[in-house]
Design a protein around this ligand. Structure first.
Ligand code: ADP
Ligand code: MG
Length: 425
């Protein structure tokens, strides 16, 4: 491999047969041989759900599934994209006139974002063309970030072709977040199981409603404490401005907000604004018609989940004898909070989490945005083979998920040293 994507430390190298197959397909597609192969992994969020956009840290880990791109620079100014999966059609464009049609969720848009991002970052006026063949095995729309892996991989492809050898340190700069390693317990595996319910983020407004509910909760809490509420956008800002603990924020949430859903009129009254102000200055275009907002529940989820992430990290560092059990309990609490307070689970995810716990997981929770997608479970290493066999039988064999090969739906990821990063906002 000519280049390594960020976050691949500890991940297994791309299997040789896959590379050879990609090379053969590249030859038949473009009539030439690729010059580089670039990969970027998917990731699973172990704990810390729906709190990143509220300003809090989360705990993602790279998975082995990845986006792999074979590339050959060409002398023309044409970018040609092909995919090993016939679901994703060929695409071709001039590199001097890249148009991203944001109205349609087309796969090549993700590639173009990565390509353009590098072009703009380095102020390149005359980029070279290239032929690319993309091969991905991250289950899409399942919360393992197949889309981000494609954007990152395309960015790395572009850098590689331009001959820009970014050092690792610079690659971290490419990402605006700070990263810290957290060492996970060696006696446990993290198992990812796909509920096989897809959640298309571009096609639903669930996600945006939650973002707006958190924003409104932050404003009401700020107003309650006499802060400059109109500048506040995130729940973390309220905590930072008050300079108090997450526990104190949970008490404040209880004092200042009520569990009954808030109507738009009540919110306007609390903040002293008009309905028009609410719609134009606080709501997003696709939440204009939402009539009620649950503020207490969403804020309680966010502050308690942020505290669980810190606790998770502290347990990993202290590494007591019952580490796996303690981490499992936190993951279970996280799922309960996502299900009951944030309401981002679904019956399939709840069922899968129950099955995983029944067959030996110390903890199990939904991961990613929710409303479908994957669960992540912590399983003692000695229980792993039985666990995999039993979950396979109880969830997958009894259903008819024939669209995707089974091994893509249930797999273990053993974290190696440094394979996990801890991101701080
Ligand atoms: P997630 O990032 O959680 O997997 P998204 O809905 O954000 O889910 O992104 C899924 C989209 O990413 C797909 O609809 C497709 O456009 C793109 N994508 C995923 N895998 C591939 C692939 N192997 N080849 C091309 N595009 C892909
Ligand atoms: Mg995505």
């Amino acid at each position: 491999m000519a280049s390594e994507a960020p976050g691949t430390r500890g991940a297994r190298a791309v299997a040789q047969p896959r590379l050879l197959k990609l090379k053969e397909m590249f030859k038949s597609k473009f009539g030439s041989i690729p010059k580089y192969y670039v990969r970027a992994p998917g990731r699973v969020n172990i704990i810390g759900e729906h709190i990143d956009y509220c300003g809090y840290s989360v705990l993602p880990m790279a998975v082995e599934q990845d986006m792999l791109i074979a590339v050959e620079p060409v002398k023309t100014h044409t970018l040609q994209l092909a995919n090993t999966n016939p679901l994703y059609p060929d695409f071709s464009t001039s590199v001097n006139n890249i148009q991203i049609d944001k109205t349609k969720p087309l796969w090549h848009n993700y590639f173009l974002c990565g390509f353009k991002g590098i072009q703009e970052h380095f102020g390149l006026s005359n980029p070279t063309g290239m032929n690319c063949l993309v091969d991905g095995n991250i289950p899409p729309s399942s919360g393992l970030s197949s889309s981000s892996a494609l954007v990152c991989c395309a960015g790395l492809v572009t850098l590689t072709v331009l001959g820009m050898n970014l050092s690792k340190a610079k690659l971290i700069e490419f990402n605006p977040l700070r990263a810290t390693d957290v060492k996970l317990p060696s006696g446990a595996a993290f198992v990812i199981a796909n509920s096989c319910v897809q959640m298309n983020k571009a096609a639903t407004s669930h996600f945006n409603v939650r973002v707006v509910e958190c924003r409104l909760a932050a404003k009401l809490l700020a107003k309650h404490k006499g802060l400059q509420w109109d500048e506040v956008m995130r729940l973390e800002e309220v905590q930072a401005k008050l300079g108090v603990s997450l526990e104190a924020m949970l008490l404040l949430t209880k004092d200042a907000l009520h569990p009954e859903p808030y109507s738009r009129e009540e919110i306007c009254m609390c903040l002293g604004i008009s309905l028009e102000d609410l719609r134009t200055q606080i709501l997003t275009p696709n939440t204009q018609d939402v009539l009620v907002f649950k503020l207490y529940q969403r804020a309680k989820h966010v502050y308690s989940e942020a505290a669980r992430v810190l606790r998770f990290k502290a347990i990993c560092e202290e590494a007591p004898d019952n580490t796996v059990q303690l981490l499992g309990e936190l993951m279970n609490q996280s799922h309960g909070s996502c299900r009951d307070l944030y309401e981002c689970s679904c019956s399939e995810l709840d069922q899968l989490v129950d099955i995983c716990r029944k067959f030996g997981a110390q903890g199990s929770r939904l991961t990613g945005a929710g409303w479908g997608g994957c669960t992540v479970s912590i399983v003692p290493a000695d229980k792993l083979p039985d666990f995999l066999a039993n979950v396979q039988d109880a969830y997958y064999k009894r259903r008819h998920h024939s669209e995707a090969p089974e091994k893509q739906n249930l797999f273990a990821t053993k974290p190696g040293g440094g394979a996990l990063v801890f991101l701080e906002a």
